[in-house]
Design a protein around this ligand. Sequence first.
Ligand SMILES: Nc1ncnc2c1ncn2[C@@H]1O[C@H](COP(=O)(O)OP(=O)(O)OP(=O)(O)O)[C@@H](O)[C@H]1O
Length: 232
Amino acid sequence: MLNLEDAVIRNGVFTVTADFVIDSGAKIAVIGPSGAGKTTLIEAIAGFRPLERGRILWDGRDITHDAPGARPVAMLFQDGNLFPHLSVEQNAGLGLRPDLRLTSEQKKRVHTALARVGLQGLEERKPGALSGGQQSRAALARVLLQDRPLLLLDEPFAALGPALKAEMLDLVAALAQETGATLMMISHDPDDARRIADLAILVAEGVAHPPQPTADLLDTPPPALRAYLGAG
Ligand SMILES: Nc1ncnc2c1ncn2[C@@H]1O[C@H](COP(=O)(O)OP(=O)(O)OP(=O)(O)O)[C@@H](O)[C@H]1O
């Protein structure tokens, strides 16, 4: 369970407040107008941005001051953060050990993860020799190997075409289901939110609101969201 307790997060002159609980295993979309603070919120949970006030708890443990690497969090970025000079296998292996000194058991785990995301046979390729979708899969394999209970995604598949994006979203949802991970995903596309997230956090006008059913929020959006969605 993730608990943001009376949290205030600052980004320059901008602040966003958050006071809510997310149950373990939930799949949550983070939606709201551009510049509303979605990335700011995710960065604070990941530990890249300190809280000005309040606390972040994971399963009751206060992680407010933990370094990013010490948090129960894995993050998937839009560009996948792949290293161009490393092979797919090595890029994925970084999820287990940053120095890549993997035991044979760990190498097996890397191969299993790559197979799970559909990259079997491409282990030796460099990211430059992969399609956009395959690069996303490699980044996803690394996140999978990090084996953290909270997965944060900041518009990870925005650069992919609609069919490929849907396929990747389904893969992420399936992996989260298999591992029991809690998912928080920033998305600008309401269809993405509907596709994999039962619940959504609306970030608007300086507030990250508690999760509510995605369908309710999108079907009857409050004014701040309605303007952004272009629905009126
Ligand atoms: N380095 C900075 N200095 C000052 N203000 C910043 C800085 N970076 C971001 N901001 C402000 O913080 C606010 C929140 O930004 P954030 O990136 O979290 O929004 P977002 O909801 O993720 O936006 P988008 O959907 O456009 O990615 C914005 O209004 C932005 O202008």
